[in-house]
Design a protein around this ligand. Structure first.
Ligand code: SF4
Ligand code: SF4
Length: 342
């Protein structure tokens, strides 16, 4: 892995150099200072901060809230299908390790299981620039998932602030191409050892193999009912989660033209599993919450050997009724074989 020691001016120049060819996205805070998101900018004028985790996750760049899959038009008796707009090259700055780590989960489905053209094109067209996280907040638990908030090789480039300068690590072939094209007079550094926050003292420890064991032990555990009591099925946790990927498909048409769209759906919505004949296997709130937990911490492990959670904490931070997945997992791991609290 090649590492460069760059000044802030050099870093800014590196990303502005490609502004003609790439859409540039940076994390910004909204006017009231409460909501953080990535926004398109024409030019970078200062280095992005390293303590911002945008409210919306990185998945919006590969799997947006709503997107056209293809268009259609009818002429006489013929139906013609045409491609949705092609994606443009993008460079996303300031991505934290939790979001970089979550992309593996989406890839297991949209790349390795099916070749999803919409996802693939956007993923290929996007350069991801990670940044070392300088301030975890009360809801973060990425290190419990063995994600190092200070460094990641899951993107294309990674920035680590070092005193008044920055270490730029090249973490993929795409990142290397970018640097070869746009970096001028970069000084490489030898022997850079990235910081590591794994093993730092945590106030709690989640034992994911143990949690899965309890989940494996039975489907009808009493804890699901208890966990579901507070939930109001708003779906915020699933929409903001970087690994949740359920979607619905619908057609919008006017006269002879239209498009097929896909948009986020949520397993927390009561109608999510309602079938055409009216039967709903998850009509109870507890059944829906159980599905979300089993999908993340059991089914995905069974199917892909991956936990579908990166510990980003968004579902905790933004739940309107304070459902905390960590507390629930902690109860699960300490529950007996019948899923009862010890
Ligand atoms: S954000 Fe909270 S209330 Fe809303 S669906 Fe998720 S757990 Fe339930
Ligand atoms: S389940 Fe919660 S903590 Fe885990 S990745 Fe999703 S939003 Fe983040």
């Amino acid at each position: 892995m090649k590492n460069y020691l760059l000044t802030e001016e050099q870093i800014i120049a590196l990303f502005n150099a490609a502004a003609e060819h790439y859409e540039l996205y940076v994390p910004v805070n909204s006017e009231n200072g409460q909501v953080f998101c990535w926004e398109k900018t024409a030019r970078l004028d200062k280095m992005v901060p390293s303590n911002i985790q945008p409210t919306a996750s990185i998945k919006k760049f590969f799997f947006p809230n709503s997107e056209p899959m293809f268009g259609f038009k009818k002429e006489k008796q013929e139906i013609e299908l045409y491609q949705a707009a092609a994606s443009v090259p993008r460079l996303v700055l300031g991505v934290h390790s939790c979001d970089l780590g979550s992309i593996k989960v989406l890839e297991a489905l949209f790349k390795d299981t099916v070749d999803d053209e919409l996802f693939r094109e956007k993923r290929q067209n996007t350069v991801l620039v990670g940044i070392s996280c300088s301030a975890k907040d009360w809801a973060c638990f990425c290190s419990q998932l063995e994600i190092n908030s200070r460094f990641s090789q899951d993107g294309d480039l990674f920035i680590t602030p070092r005193e008044e300068k920055y270490i730029l690590s090249v973490t993929s072939a795409k990142g290397e191409d970018y640097v070869n094209k746009y970096l001028e007079n970069g000084e490489t550094v030898a022997g850079f050892t990235p910081a590591n926050d794994l093993g730092e003292e945590e106030t709690f420890t989640l034992d994911f193999p143990k949690i899965k064991e309890v989940m494996d032990s039975g489907f009808e555990l009493p804890v699901w009912e208890k966990f579901a009591r507070k939930c109001i099925n708003c779906g915020i946790c699933t929409f903001l989660c970087p690994t949740c990927h359920c979607f619905d498909v619908f057609d919008e048409a006017r006269r002879e033209r239209g498009a097929r769209f896909r948009c986020y759906d949520s397993c927390m919505f009561p109608e999510f599993t309602r079938m055409a004949g009216g039967y709903n296997p998850r009509s109870a709130k507890a059944a829906r919450l159980r599905q979300r937990y089993l999908h993340k911490y059991k089914y995905f492990v069974d199917n892909f050997n991956l936990i579908a959670c990166s510990g980003c904490g968004r579902c905790i931070r933004h739940c309107p009724v304070n459902v905390d997945v960590r507390q629930n997992l902690n109860i699960l791991q300490h529950s007996g074989s019948e899923g009862e609290d010890d």
